[in-house]
Design a protein around this ligand. Sequence first.
Ligand SMILES: Cc1cc2nc3c(=O)[nH]c(=O)nc-3n(C[C@H](O)[C@H](O)[C@H](O)COP(=O)(O)O)c2cc1C
Length: 187
Amino acid sequence: MNAVIEAIIGRRSVRAYRPDPVPASNLEEIVKAGLYAPSARNAQAWHISVIRDGEKIASLGAELKAAIIRCGVERYLSLARSPDYRMGFGAPVFMIVSADPGVSVCPEQDSALVLGNMFLAAHSLGVASCWVNQLCPVADDPAFRWRLDSLGVPASHKVYGAAAFGYAVDPRPAAAPRREGTVSWIG
Ligand SMILES: Cc1cc2nc3c(=O)[nH]c(=O)nc-3n(C[C@H](O)[C@H](O)[C@H](O)COP(=O)(O)O)c2cc1C
């Protein structure tokens, strides 16, 4: 198995992080990998906000909880009400990926590929990651949106994903078994 395929199979979502910072050079490589994702019609209509200030991550997390409750986002209500909920799992880096739906014909897919590339690049550098989806359903709530504006999310963009990056507390967990019957080999 070559190194790329090994990285794809070895990457796991991590939900407990040490506070140690990720070197800037690593973050630059991770972001570069994101920016080289394919995009529909090569629109590259995305934006990545990289937040490294722990206080900014914590206030974003507190405002996110309030927004989920205010907007009544059913699927995340119990999470937001839990005193244990930490948006970024204590990771030192939090990234928000947005895209302009007026420019890309597939902004959601483009953004997912940016995140996927960044997860793999991070993994190859020993940096763990986890997608954090809770921002997506509340990102257009005016009482929350101002915060995203302050973090560089362009006004014409929608948020399609976010993620925590940092060093895992625990060794990598094993992958869940793959579901059966998800591939048809024809011919
Ligand atoms: C679109 C998407 C949304 C996700 N949202 C969350 C999330 O909000 N919180 C979380 O802890 N993990 C989230 N995940 C991570 C998945 O739970 C994880 O990828 C899955 O359980 C498989 O585990 P693995 O990444 O370790 O292979 C998300 C993944 C995707 C692709």
